[in-house]
Write a protein that binds this ligand. Structure first.
Ligand code: GAL
Length: 834
C-alpha cells in the first residue's frame, strides 16, 4: 500500500481533538480513506506497571508526545549501559497510552490498529484487555480492535514495551519507533498487505501485469463482489484496467488474480525509477467496500552465474552498503527526511544498492529506494535458533520466525527496489551439520510467498557454510569478508551466483590521523586513524575488495560494512573477554561504530571518497590528511589522493611534487587481514601518494584526464578558531511537523579557513516554529547528549537538526554561540504542506 503517496496527497489525515481524546473521521471522510495516522497525542511513561492498561488509570502526570518515538536516544550515555548497544538505556519497561473516540456510525465496521514496528516485546491492550502482541521489534503488525471497541465513547489503547538488555549486537532503540495507523474496514475487504503485483512478461511494447488480491469476507454468508483494478502511471494517467466478479464463501479469505497489460511500459531502472500505481476497488453494486492503492515497478531482474545481476537485461555491478536502522542523533524514531538524506549521501558516493542489515527496514526506506532507484537486499534475521546475544530473537524463534518472515515478504513484495530476500546474516547454524535444515525451511517459506526474487544469506564461515550445505539451500550466495577466496569459490562452484554480502569493515574516525601511519590503534587513543588500515581481524582496506572484484567479474559486487556509522558496536574497541560476555564497557567512552564511510551525522570520512573514486564517473579528487601538523615541521607526512581521473598532481605551498598516474603509481598499504598471510604490503592502485616534509601552508591536488584539469581540492593550515559558520542543507522545509533541516556547524579561522582540529563547545538557541530534534558531531566517544542544546565540534564540525512544528509559519532562527567565537545564525522558513 502506498501510504506515502496518500500522505503526500493529504488524504484522510483530518483528525480533530475533543478534550484529550482523538475524534476519528466521519463516514464521509472514511470513503476516501486508506488509513488514519494514529501518531499524535500519546501519553508515555517509563517504568513497570500492572495497571497502566486500565481505563481508569490516571496518566495525567505522564508525558504527552507524538510518535514515532525512541526513548533510549534521550540518554544519558552511561557506562552502566552496554556500549555494544550504544551506551544508552535501551532496556526496561515503558508504557504508551492514548484516548480516542470512534463515532457510533462506525459500528459494524472492522477496526484495526497497525503498528509498523515497536521495539520490542510489545503487548497491546484496548480498554483493559490484551488484544495483541509482537516480540520482534522490526516487524509491523496489525491488531483487530473490533470486539473490544466502544463506539461513541472514550477508548483507551495502551502499549507495553519491554525491551531487554543485549537484545541485539547494535543499538536497537526502544519504544513505538515507527508509524501507527488506524484503519476501518467493511466486513468484506482486502487484507493487510493484501496485493501482490507481478510483471511476468516485459517487452518494449507491453508488460503483462498480474495483480493478486487477498479478499476477506468476515460475514457468515456467501457474497458476490466485483473487483476493479485501475493502473495509473506516475502522472496519474490511466494506462489499464480490469473488472471481474467473485463469489466469496462465508468467513473466507481468498486470493484472486487479475491480469492486465500496460502498453509501451516505462521500466523501473536505477536511472529512471518509474513507478506505477494499481488502485483496486472492491464493490457490491454501487457500494464501495474497499479501496487499495499499491505502487509497483515494471522491471526484470535476473541473477546469472556468468553474467551477474541483470536489471532489464543490463548488467549492474552492485555497489552496495550495509546500513543499520538508526539515524544518528535522531535514534531509531523513523523520519522520512532523515532517511532520504542518508540515501542521497550514499548515492552521491556512488552507491546503487542497500543491504538492510540485519533486520526488516522501515517502510519509508523502501519507498525511498523505489523513488531513488536503489536496489535492496531485504534482510530478515541476524540469528536463527542459536543466539548471538543474551536476549536475542532466538528466544522467539520457534513461535514467531515463520510469521515474521511471511509478514516481511508480504509487506515488501511490491517494491521494485527489493531484489533479494536475505534469510539471515552470519547465522551460527553454519557451524552445525544439520544447519541446512533450517535454511531449507526458511527458503521454502520465502518461496511460498514470492517466487520472483531469489533467496540469499550472508555467510561468514567458509568453507563451513558449504560443508554444512546451507549455501546449497539458497539461490544467491553471499560471503562476508572472503575476497581472497572468490576465485576458489567460483572455481569449485561455477554455477553459483556469488557476491560480497559484507566487505571491508575498515574503521576510522572522521578527520583523525595518527602519525606515522600504522595498521593499529595508537596507544591510549579511542580514535582510529583515517588512513583506512585498521579494523577487526576479518577486516581489510576497501582496496583489496576492489581488486578482487576486478579480478573476478562474475561476482555480483559488494555490500561494504557500513555506509554510515551507527550507534553501538564500537569495534575495534571492546576486549575479547568482554565480547563473549557481551560487555564492552572497558573501552568506554567508545559507544558507537567506526565502520562508516560517513560518520554518525552523515559527514563523509576520507573512505567515502575512496569509494566515490571507484564507484562514480563525475570527475572528483580528494586529498588527506589535514594540514595542521604543528610541532611536526620537517617531518614526513604521507599525503594520499583518491580520484576517478587519470592523474593527480600534488602542489605544496606552490611547489609541485609531480603527477602520479592512477593504476600505474601504486601505494603500499599495510594489511592485517586474517587471510593476508604475507608480510608484504598490499600495493594499491586505488590511491596515489606522496611523502611530503611538513611545512605549514597549502596543499592542492589537481586531477587530470587527457591532460586536462577535471577536478581540484585544496587544504590550508588553519590558524586559531575564530568564528562559526552555519550551513543549512535546506532553508525551506514543509510545515508537516516532521520535516527537517540539517545545519552543519563549522569552526573557521579569521580568514575563513576550516579548523580541522577544533573542538569548541557550541550552544544552540532556537526561535520560531521549530525545535532542535538532535545534535551530534560524529565522535564515537562523545558523551554529550544527542537530544540536548549544545554539542562540541569534533575535528571542526558538528550538526544541529531542526524540525519544524506542524502548521508552523514563523521562520526558524538557529543561533550557534561558542566562547570566544561569537555567534552565527541560519534561518529556515516554511513552505505549506502539500
Ligand atoms: C560482521 C557482522 C556485522 C558487524 C561486522 C563488523 O561479522 O555481520 O553485523 O558486526 O561484522 O565488522
Amino acid at each position: 500500500m502506498i501510504k506515502h503517496k496518500l500522505r503526500k496527497l493529504g488524504i484522510g489525515l483530518v483528525c480533530g481533538l475533543i478534550s484529550c481524546s482523538q475524534q476519528l473521521p466521519q463516514q464521509e471522510e472514511y470513503e476516501s480513506l486508506e488509513e488514519i495516522s494514529f501518531n499524535e497525542q500519546w501519553k508515555f511513561s517509563k517504568g513497570e506497571s500492572t495497571v497502566a492498561m486500565n481505563n481508569n488509570f490516571d496518566d495525567t502526570s505522564w508525558r504527552t508526545l507524538n510518535l514515532p518515538h525512541d526513548w533510549a536516544i534521550e540518554g544519558p550515555f552511561d557506562i552502566a549501559y552496554n556500549s555494544r548497544c550504544g551506551g544508552l538505556p535501551v532496556h526496561g519497561e515503558a508504557w504508551y497510552r492514548k484516548a480516542f473516540e470512534v463515532p457510533s456510525k462506525m459500528d459494524g465496521k472492522k477496526a484495526f490498529v497497525h503498528f509498523e514496528g515497536v521495539m520490542n516485546n510489545a503487548e497491546v491492550f484496548l480498554n483493559g484487555k490484551k488484544i495483541g502482541e509482537r516480540p520482534y521489534g522490526y516487524i509491523g503488525f496489525e491488531v483487530d480492535m473490533t470486539s473490544n471497541l466502544k463506539y461513541g465513547e472514550e477508548n483507551i489503547i495502551a502499549v507495553k514495551c519491554a525491551p531487554e538488555d543485549l537484545s541485539a549486537r547494535w543499538y536497537p532503540g526502544a519504544g513505538i519507533y515507527r508509524d501507527v495507523w488506524i484503519e476501518f474496514k467493511n466486513p468484506i475487504h482486502i487484507a493487510l498487505d493484501g496485493t501482490f503485483i507481478k510483471t511476468p512478461v516485459i517487452t518494449s511494447e507491453k508488460a503483462d501485469v498480474v495483480v493478486d488480491i487477498d479478499l476477506v469476507n468476515t460475514l457468515d454468508k456467501k457474497e458476490l463482489v466485483t473487483v476493479e483494478t485501475i493502473i495509473q502511471n506516475a502522472k496519474g494517467e490511466k494506462v489499464g484496467n480490469v473488472n471481474s466478479s467473485y463469489n466469496l464463501n462465508k468467513n473466507e479469505e481468498k486470493t484472486i488474480s487479475q491480469v492486465l497489460k500496460i502498453e509501451n511500459p516505462e521500466l523501473w531502472s536505477m536511472e529512471k525509477p518509474h513507478l506505477y500505481f494499481a488502485v483496486t476497488f472492491v464493490k457490491q453494486g454501487d457500494t464501495l467496500l474497499d479501496k487499495y492503492v499499491s505502487s509497483f515497478g515494471v522491471r526484470d531482474i535476473k541473477f546469472l552465474a556468468k553474467e551477474g545481476f541483470l536489471l532489464n537485461g543490463k548488467r549492474i555491478q552492485l555497489k552496495g552498503v550495509c546500513l543499520h536502522h538508526d539515524q544518528g542523533p535522531l535514534g531509531t524514531a523513523v523520519n522520512r527526511r532523515a532517511k532520504e538524506r542518508q540515501l542521497q549521501i550514499m548515492k552521491d558516493m556512488g552507491v546503487n544498492a542497500i543491504r538492510t542489515s540485519h533486520n526488516p527496514p522501515s517502510k519509508v526506506l523502501l519507498e525511498l529506494c523505489d523513488e531513488m532507484g536503489l536496489v535492496v537486499i531485504d534482510e530478515a534475521f541476524d540469528n536463527w535458533k542459536i543466539g548471538k546475544v543474551e536476549n536475542g530473537y532466538n528466544k522467539d524463534w520457534g513461535k514467531w520466525s515463520e510469521k515474521d518472515l511471511r509478514a516481511l515478504i508480504r509487506r515488501d513484495r511490491n517494491h521494485p527496489s527489493v531484489i533479494m530476500w536475505s534469510i539471515g546474516n552470519e547465522i551460527l547454524e553454519q557451524t552445525k551439520k544439520d544447519g541446512w535444515k533450517e535454511a531449507r525451511r526458511l527458503a521454502k517459506i520465502t518461496k511460498s510467498e514470492d517466487i520472483t526474487r531469489p533467496v540469499t544469506a550472508g555467510f561468514n564461515y567458509h568453507p563451513l557454510a558449504i560443508i554444512n550445505k546451507l549455501a546449497h539451500e539458497i539461490d544467491v550466495v553471499g560471503f562476508n569478508y572472503f575476497p581472497i577466496r572468490y576465485e576458489k569459490i567460483l572455481e569449485e562452484y561455477p554455477d553459483w551466483v556469488v557476491y560480497g554480502s559484507e566487505t571491508s569493515s575498515c574503521t576510522s574516525s572522521r578527520g583523525y590521523y595518527d602519525m606515522p601511519i600504522e595498521p593499529k590503534v595508537a596507544e591510549g587513543s579511542k580514535q582510529v586513524t583515517s588512513y583506512d588500515l585498521v579494523g577487526p581481524p576479518w577486516a581489510y582496506p576497501p582496496d583489496l575488495e576492489f581488486d578482487m572484484l576486478e579480478k573476478n567479474p562474475k561476482i555480483l559486487g559488494e555490500f561494504m560494512w557500513t555506509g554510515f556509522d551507527y550507534l553501538g558496536e564500537p569495534t575495534p574497541f571492546g576486549g575479547k573477554d568482554n565480547w563473549t560476555k557481551g560487555y564492552w564497557n572497558d573501552d568506554w567512552p567508545s559507544h558507537s561504530s567506526y565502520f562508516g564511510a560517513a560518520d554518525l551525522c552523515g559527514f563523509p570520512k576520507d573512505r567515502y571518497y575512496l569509494y566515490q573514486s571507484q564507484w562514480t564517473d563525475k570527475p572528483m579528487v580528494h586529498v588527506l590528511p589535514h594540514w595542521n601538523w604543528e610541532g611536526k615541521e620537517g617531518e614526513i607526512i604521507p599525503v594520499h589522493a583518491f580520484t576517478n581521473a587519470e592523474e593527480v598532481e600534488l602542489i605544496v605551498n606552490g611547489k609541485s611534487y609531480g603527477k602520479k598516474v592512477k593504476g600505474k603509481d601504486l601505494t603500499p598499504i599495510k594489511m592485517t587481514h586474517r587471510d593476508w598471510k604475507s608480510d608484504k604490503p598490499l600495493m594499491s592502485k586505488y590511491r596515489l601518494s606522496w611523502d611530503v616534509p611538513y611545512t605549514p601552508g597549502k596543499i592542492e591536488v589537481i586531477a587530470y584526464t587527457n591532460n586536462k584539469e577535471v577536478a581540484r581540492k585544496e587544504i590550508s593550515t588553519a590558524g586559531k578558531p575564530h568564528h562559526i559558520v552555519l550551513e543549512a542543507d535546506r532553508n525551506i522545509i514543509a510545515s508537516d511537523g516532521k520535516d527537517l533541516s540539517y545545519v552543519t556547524v563549522k569552526v573557521v579561522d579569521k580568514d575563513g579557513n576550516f579548523c580541522y582540529t577544533a573542538s569548541n563547545d557550541i550552544q544552540f538557541d532556537i526561535e520560531g516554529d521549530g525545535v532542535l530534534a538532535g545534535v551530534g558531531n560524529g565522535d564515537a566517544t562523545s558523551l554529550t547528549t544527542l537530544k540536548g542544546d549544545h554539542m562540541e565540534v569534533f575535528n571542526g564540525i558538528a550538526l544541529a537538526i531542526i524540525q519544524g512544528t506542524k502548521n508552523g509559519s514563523n521562520p526558524i532562527r538557529i543561533k550557534a554561540t561558542a566562547e570566544g567565537l561569537g555567534s552565527a545564525e541560519a534561518i529556515v522558513a516554511f513552505q505549506p504542506s502539500l
